[in-house]
Design a protein around this ligand. Structure first.
Ligand SMILES: Nc1ncnc2c1ncn2[C@@H]1O[C@H](COP(=O)(O)OP(=O)(O)OP(=O)(O)O)[C@@H](O)[C@H]1O
Ligand SMILES: [Mg+2]
Length: 248
């Protein structure tokens, strides 16, 4: 069961140095709580993607540690990390990475099937429910190439939500979208945080969109140089039904 006393995700003094000596992230500490919508900003090359991959358990720090609901992930094997990611984390990237030969529905079904908790009918119902919630019901049977850019990215968000993750990590998810579709993606993220109590971490270059998050983390040269909560959102209201993060 989830333990609300523990931060959902926490980086403690993490540094990521490449063997050749390049430092991608330096001594970054961050606590992520349920319901937070965090924008990660900074100049190109400042380490935003690197930090996101460390927080998303896609990469390991060379110093410091990353805790998922209090659990240190350092000693976990690659397989164990993959299992944690599949259950608890959802990823959205600049490119949608939908499989082109799969329908939208089948793309959303991929992580549900990989997790294997639901029988096929229930899995399909879950995928359909997610698409409906994102206004994508009519796109379910279509191939990615038949969708607009905005719809593809919404399909990618539905896929990220497939296993009901407590945390969504997005790296420049609006980088290929026009202003209207970019705003729609941020509306979805705000809803996922405010109404569903998920934690959203989104890397963005767009200062206007970043203002819509309730916390902004700014990086320069691999370091967190500011971490500010928007006034009035210091203590985001506890969601009625926070997504559980079962111990596994
Ligand atoms: N595998 C690698 N080998 C060498 N240098 C790397 C590697 N990965 C990243 N870097 C460098 O590390 C720094 C941080 O990279 P990162 O991709 O995290 O930055 P970013 O803030 O996401 O940039 P952008 O806004 O351009 O996406 C950059 O200077 C980048 O060139
Ligand atoms: Mg990047």
């Amino acid at each position: 069961m989830s333990n609300p006393a523990l931060a959902l995700l926490e980086a403690q003094h993490i540094t990521r140095r490449l063997p050749e000596g390049v430092t991608l992230v330096q001594d970054a500490s961050l606590k992520v709580e349920r319901g937070e919508f965090i924008a990660i900003t900074g100049p190109s090359g400042s380490g935003k993607s690197s930090l996101l991959y460390l927080l998303g358990l896609l990469d390991r720090p060379t110093e410091g540690r990353v805790l998922l609901e209090g659990r240190d992930t350092a000693s976990l094997s690659a397989t164990e990390l993959a299992s944690l990611r599949l259950k608890h984390l959802g990823f959205v990237f600049q490119f949608h990475f939908l499989l082109p030969e799969f329908s939208t529905l089948d793309n959303v079904l991929i992580p549900i099937r990989r997790l294997g908790r639901l029988k096929d009918a229930a899995a399909r119902a879950q995928a359909m429910k997610l698409l409906e919630a994102l206004g994508m019901a009519e796109a379910a049977a279509k191939l990615p190439e038949q969708l607009s850019g905005g719809m593809r990215q919404r399909a990618a968000i539905a896929r990220a939500l497939a296993n009901d993750p407590a945390i969504i990590l997005a790296d420049e998810p609006t980088g290929n979208l026009d202003t209207r579709n970019a705003a729609a993606v941020f509306d979805i993220f705000a809803r996922l945080a405010n109404e569903e109590g998920r934690a959203i971490l989104v890397v963005t270059h767009d200062a206007e969109l970043a203002k819509r998050a309730n916390r902004r983390v700014h990086l320069v040269d691999g370091r967190i140089v500011s971490d500010t909560r928007v006034a009035g959102s210091e203590n985001p209201p506890a969601p009625a039904n926070p997504p559980a993060l079962p111990q596994s």
